[in-house]
Write a protein that binds this ligand. Structure first.
Ligand SMILES: CC(C)(COP(=O)(O)OP(=O)(O)OC[C@H]1O[C@@H](n2cnc3c(N)ncnc32)[C@H](O)[C@@H]1OP(=O)(O)O)[C@@H](O)C(=O)NCCC(=O)NCCS
Length: 174
């Protein structure tokens, strides 16, 4: 059976791709040594007592599987440094550091990288996740609560300036 085309073959109109109007979707991938300068820049703008590049590099050596970056249009927009800790009784994930670049906040990137780290913790058989957050950091506390974390205990003078930390936990339910 023949299909009659309304155009001669050479006259078929081209369908051109249009430039996308949607904001770029972040890609979450494992951090690489080449990401460290960008990670340290985000850190400097996010915290008064930032980790330096050596600490980020050292953590990548220890925890390469639970350390992620969010990349938007080729730019590192956020990171999470996760660690696996074994108490002998329990294996749990630890969110050691997390920040999203100021210009990329409130787009769901923080939630995406935390969920990716949680997925990896679960794959590596952790039973839950813990983290410490400054008592004054209400934005981060609300963010973690939305993700299912709950305040467990307060740790006195946890930070160098004497500020207390709230230890927040989330248990996995399988
Ligand atoms: C905490 C932090 C990582 C959150 O990153 P983020 O990318 O802004 O996080 P999300 O966008 O996933 O969520 C933030 C808020 O934006 C809202 N949001 C998410 N997507 C959104 C969208 N498309 N439009 C508008 N708001 C949105 C969320 O509802 C959330 O609201 P909440 O404040 O009530 O929780 C970020 O604020 C940060 O880097 N802070 C400084 C460093 C820090 O405090 N780190 C944690 C130390 S323990």
């Amino acid at each position: 059976m023949y299909i009659i085309l309304p155009f001669a073959r050479e006259e078929i109109p081209m369908i051109r791709s249009q430039p996308s109007c949607h904001p770029a979707v972040p890609v979450i991938r494992r951090a690489l040594p080449a990401d460290i300068p960008a990670i340290a820049e985000i850190e400097k703008k996010s915290f008064g007592d930032p980790w330096d590049q050596e600490v980020f590099a050292e953590a990548l050596g220890y925890f390469p599987t639970t350390y992620f970056v969010a990349v938007v249009n080729g730019v590192v927009a956020g990171f999470v440094v996760g660690a696996l800790e074994d108490t002998g009784e329990n294996l749990y994930g630890h969110i050691c550091n997390l920040a999203v670049s100021t210009e990329y906040r409130h787009r769901g990137i923080g939630a995406m990288i935390v969920k990716r780290a949680e997925q990896q913790f679960a794959l590596e058989l952790a039973t839950g996740v813990q983290l410490e957050v400054r008592v004054s950091n209400k934005i981060a506390q609300r963010f973690y609560r939305r993700l299912g974390y709950r305040e467990a205990i307060t740790i006195d003078s946890y930070y160098a300036n004497g500020e207390d930390a709230i230890l927040m936990m989330k248990w996995f339910r399988f």
